[in-house]
Ligand binder design. Structure first.
Ligand code: ZN
Length: 257
């Protein structure tokens, strides 16, 4: 098995150096392309060139956010292979739907699909041997925007202790010691969860005020993204019975620590 990265040219505050397009070569010339990225003819050309003379079998997307999936259908058509994903997205139409437990073959490598909702409801991770392609579930060198906190934490916990040795994220560098990385992510989310509760207990009563209080040390360009994670924490705090929201959601009141 060989893994190679082609970095998409979409650097930014939300994408780091850009989206990692991973090529998974399973032997016998067969390969899969994971997360082609945004529509970009130069990037498309690089991927097609890398596949020339080989036998690409599928294009996979981890989720349908705009920095991961929009090039997938174009690339699949260009290579005359199917595009696989969990569901239809704004700029993605899967030829085949993947779900928890789906398996794929590329050369001698078996790829196992793990549904990991949280960053987005449609998020998948792909396991090949002891390595995992993590998309935006786990990123290299930064925390992740979370849409749904309860499922996100559960999706992290279930990847722990399953024998992984390396992570290939949708952004940033590959990571060793996956269990330690996952522990950090869980601890980070738990810490934010408590900080958000404390901010509410100290009088912050809207998402904006909470972001100002909790994310003071984080670059302001990331605050809109932080606000979405805060909303996900608030939803979980509410489910836990620790806060209450007024009917408009404008005011949040603490109930218990
Ligand atoms: Zn992304």
């Amino acid at each position: 098995m060989r893994i190679e990265r082609i970095l998409a040219n979409n650097p930014g505050p939300y994408t780091g150096a850009g989206t990692n397009t991973w090529l998974l070569d399973g032997g016998a010339g067969q390969l899969m392309v994971i997360d082609p990225g945004p529509v970009d003819s130069e990037h498309l050309g690089k991927i097609v060139e890398r596949c020339s003379g080989l036998a690409p079998v599928a294009v996979l997307v981890t989720h349908t956010h705009p920095d991961h999936a929009p090039l997938a259908n174009l690339l699949a058509r260009e290579l005359d292979i199917p595009a696989f994903g969990y569901s239809t997205g704004p700029d993605f139409e899967p030829d085949l739907i993947l779900g928890e437990g789906s398996t794929l073959e590329v050369g001698a490598v078996r790829v196992e699909v793990i549904h990991t909702p949280g960053h987005s409801e449609d998020h998948l991770c792909f396991r090949a041997g002891n390595v995992l392609f993590t998309g935006d579930h786990i990123m290299g060198g930064s925390s992740v925007m979370v849409e749904d906190m309860g499922p996100y934490l559960a999706s992290l916990a279930r990847l722990r202790g399953i024998g992984l040795t390396r992570l290939y994220p949708g952004h940033g560098e590959e990571m060793e010691e996956p269990d330690r990385v996952i522990d950090w992510y869980i601890a980070h989310r738990r810490q934010r969860h408590e900080q958000i509760y404390q901010a509410i207990a100290a009088g912050a009563s809207g998402t904006g005020e909470i972001v100002e209080a909790v994310y003071a040390g984080v670059d302001r360009s990331l605050h809109p993204l932080a606000a979405r994670s805060v909303e996900a924490h608030l939803e979980l705090l509410r489910e836990e019975g620790r806060i209450a929201l007024t009917p408009t959601g404008a005011t949040i009141v603490p109930l218990r620590p």
